[in-house]
Design a protein. Structure first.
Length: 313
């Protein structure tokens, strides 16, 4: 059985060849499985593409894909999906925090009949800020999406080929791989895995990139719009009750002055809520325009593999 490993790479010159070597060692001990690797360079600023080229020329089942500009982690994974041939597809990071030695655990769980398996870290080796923002985003995603409520998602996962083929049909400009899986199947499982320390460099996910990625959830859910409608009804009801109270109070006590401060507070709250909802609607409209304009998810500049090099020779 062939297993395809897709790895988005960004500024991973010091680690990506180690990842490839360790993956190959793992599959040497799994005679019932074979392995291919698709390494997608997301326009790195260091020598990542040269490292990918060396790995691709050293192993016959390693393919390097070089993107024309930086499209983001999930777009890079979507690019890698175009080159997979395996019965199972594994997604993992390029920094060895997702360790290849744990791949057999994913395979064993998938053999129980699950379509998607997510690794859940026993202990997350991130900064305090990243752990905090991660907890907030997981809480919001938990309530905004149609997903199995007992499943946690992560960047280390395994999916059956048919799930990946359905994910490839997505034509929007903001891909979110795990959410595409949720749209396809709920036959999922979690396994506990170790979260290893980063061997080199630092995280390339800034707060801005994380926020942009989180906002792509609007491509997959209309719950924020429904929440806006419900909150609009709630605020309107509160405003009506408040207006009746003020009117009755004024009729019963003519000497009572209408408060300017309370009026300004109400206006600030209502206008703040209004502009927030306009922003949400604007996000939906903007994403719709980008999709209608056929903004590409990714653009492949070149690929490299032993097969291509032999043809060129």
């Amino acid at each position: 059985m062939l297993v395809s490993i897709v790895i988005p790479c960004y500024n991973s010159e010091q680690t990506i060849e180690k990842v490839v070597d360790q993956c190959m060692e793992v599959f040497e001990s799994l005679p019932e499985y074979d392995c291919e690797m698709i390494l997608v360079n997301d326009f790195s600023r260091d020598g990542t593409w040269e490292a990918i080229r060396r790995a691709a020329l050293r192993y016959p089942r390693v393919t390097g894909v070089n993107l024309a500009k930086n499209f983001g982690q999930h777009a890079a994974i979507m690019a890698g999906f175009s080159y997979v041939n395996g019965d199972y597809v594994v997604g993992m990071d390029d920094d060895l925090q997702n360790h290849p030695s744990q791949i057999p655990e994913f395979l064993a769980k998938a053999e129980e009949g699950y379509d998607v398996v997510f690794g859940v870290f026993k202990e997350r080796h991130f900064s305090t800020g990243k752990n905090l923002t991660g907890s907030v985003s997981r809480f919001l995603l938990w309530h905004l999406l149609d997903r199995p409520k007992d499943i946690q998602m992560s960047s280390f996962w395994l999916a059956r080929r048919y799930v990946v083929e359905k994910a490839k049909e997505y034509e929007g400009c903001n891909a979110f791989i795990q959410l595409l899986f949720f749209r396809t199947t709920h036959n999922m499982a979690n396994i506990e895995i170790e979260h290893f320390d980063r061997e080199a460099g630092q995280s390339n996910y800034t707060f801005r990139k994380g926020l942009k990625h989180f906002m792509s959830v609007l491509n997959y859910s209309i719950i924020p719009l429904r929440a806006a409608s419900l909150l609009g009804v709630l605020f309107s009801t509160i405003g009506l009750i408040g207006a009746i109270y003020v009117l009755v109070n004024k009729l019963l006590h003519p000497s009572v002055a209408v408060g300017w401060s309370s009026l300004m507070c109400v206006m600030l709250i209502l206008f703040g809520f209004l502009f927030l909802m306009l922003g949400v609607i604007g996000e939906y409209v903007g994403k719709l325009i980008l999709t209608l304009n056929k903004t590409p998810q990714f653009v492949v500049r070149e690929t490299v593999s032993q097969e291509e090099e032999n043809k060129n020779d």
